[in-house]
Design a protein around this ligand. Sequence first.
Ligand code: PXG
Ligand code: PLP
Length: 435
Amino acid sequence: MPHDQAFWLPFTANRAFWKSPRVITGARGHYYTTDDGRQLLDGFSGLWTSGLGHCHPKIVAAVQEQVATLDYAMGFQVTNDKAIALAREVATLAPAGMNKVFFTNSGSESADTALKIALAYHRARGEGQRTRLIGRERGYHGVNFGGLSVGGIPGNRKVFSAALLPGVDHLRHTWSPADMAFSKGQPAWGAQLADDLERLAALHDASNIAAVIVEPVAGSTGILVPPIGYLQRLREICDKYGILLIFDEVITAFGRVGAPFAAARFGVTPDIITTAKGLTNGVVPMGAVIVRDGIFEALMQGPEHVVELFHGYTYSGHPLAAAAGLATLAAYREEDSFARARGVEPVFEEMIHSLRDAPNVVDIRNCGLMGGIELAPRAGAVGMRGFEVFLKCFEAGVVIRNGGDVLQFSPFLDSTPDELARIFDTVRQAIRSVA
Ligand code: PXG
Ligand code: PLP
């Protein structure tokens, strides 16, 4: 095998990829440059990561300065100034009463960290029997064993089934096309789906359940928007039984739903929030887990010289990532990015729903600047039609993503109507051409 194909690509059909590689060599603002010199309009903001656009000058400058000032510092029993500053900024942006921030390097690490904090919290309070974790069908919480176990995407779980965590159960997912297809924003129907948590609380006995983890808006699985009242109901049931509520905001935080966090947009405050992606605009890998004050306090027990939580990554709070994070949060503030995204949302909503009459479209879903167009699968080839649309768009100079037969959209927070029109015109042509 030639070494120029040594790279094993993540979540990629590797054999097909190398027959016609798609290689990006540069980026600026809303465009990528490819190795064959083409300019591509990025309709996915990186991979949900880069809402401010690529190579943002202030983030680039901050990272350049940091790498020449402090490249790395030991992160256990010692830390760096930028990590302290970024934690303060994240806590300031987070919902009231959520003031402690644990740094990771990715969304997957954030998910596993949050689950471990939940178990440690209950144990520290003398409720060590609370070990069960509840996820949701079609949920995505990354690829590490904890997040995979609470996740609900069959294709990700299948091969690793025997190695998944024990003591995990799943709420039913919230997609019901007969009741909500083509809803604009939050479906009006479906708050009662949260009552599925009552079923699991009865089955396992609520006193054994540590936490429930959900994406406020499910992303990877094809944009499942929470029905009106659903998240409120989950919060109420968790409160009733002393179960921690974890919002996985790896996608939804930092403007993607027109607010600093989906928690703010939906008016529901969880006990723990996980983030990554938009924390640094994708420039340096970083994630963060934000916890409610009482959770941290409960863990501050025992002799003061002993580590309270036996958990951490070599690169937790990495100075380069923290510098990128500080510049990113400053840019969101200076450019009023979250309000801007709210301004773009109605245009985005109207344009994405204008594809309702395109061939094979069975549902369209949107919330904030997250959108999905679901296509009917080709007979005997699930996912093929979606992948073909992705390829056609890429050839036509527009980058979108397909999760199986769901086309996914994540435009920049400052997208213009012209850019959105170009994205959806290209997609319409592509859907027709593969009909
Ligand atoms: N939680 C959520 C809600 C995510 O969306 C992760 C955890 C894992 O993050 P890392 O940084 O470990 O990848 C994610 C990541 C897609 C897609 O097609 C989405 C993600 C990753 C890859 C593809 O929507 N989200
Ligand atoms: N494996 C070995 C052998 C290690 O020494 C370490 C960290 O010291 C790890 C894995 C974990 O790496 P990280 O802290 O980057 O997640």
